[in-house]
Design a protein around this ligand. Structure first.
Ligand SMILES: [Zn+2]
Ligand SMILES: [Zn+2]
Length: 110
């Protein structure tokens, strides 16, 4: 997990066209990130906080990866996804999807 060298705030992950960047939500410090570091960040930040970040801001949503998934509500075939580790490490992480068309959010237990 990375912290901002300027203000010490935990850096957030942004996935853009040019790859992964880490950015500070407080002072806007930005640095390039690696794909592998993102995976660990996603796992470690698998708390309610990451859900909130991903659900509330449409700007954050656009940085999410998308995949083929059938929306149970409108039948659309593409959705954003993210993974949240619930409770103990024993439990498998939960994958969430969010429909690109109707914004319906559902989860899939792996
Ligand atoms: Zn900062
Ligand atoms: Zn839908």
């Amino acid at each position: 997990m990375d912290f901002c060298p300027k203000c010490g705030t935990r850096l957030l992950v942004k996935r853009g066209e040019r790859g992964i960047t880490l950015f500070c939500p407080r002072c806007k410090f930005v640095k390039p990130g690696k794909e592998s570091s993102v995976l660990s960040v996603v796992e470690k930040e698998a708390t309610g906080e990451s859900i909130t970040i991903l659900n509330t801001s449409s700007e954050s949503l656009q940085t999410l990866p998308s995949t083929e998934a059938d929306c149970p509500k409108c039948g659309y075939k593409e959705a954003f996804w993210w993974i949240v580790q619930t409770r103990g490490a024993d439990e498998s992480p939960t994958q969430f999807f969010r429909c690109k068309r109707c914004n319906y959010v559902w989860r899939e237990y792996s």
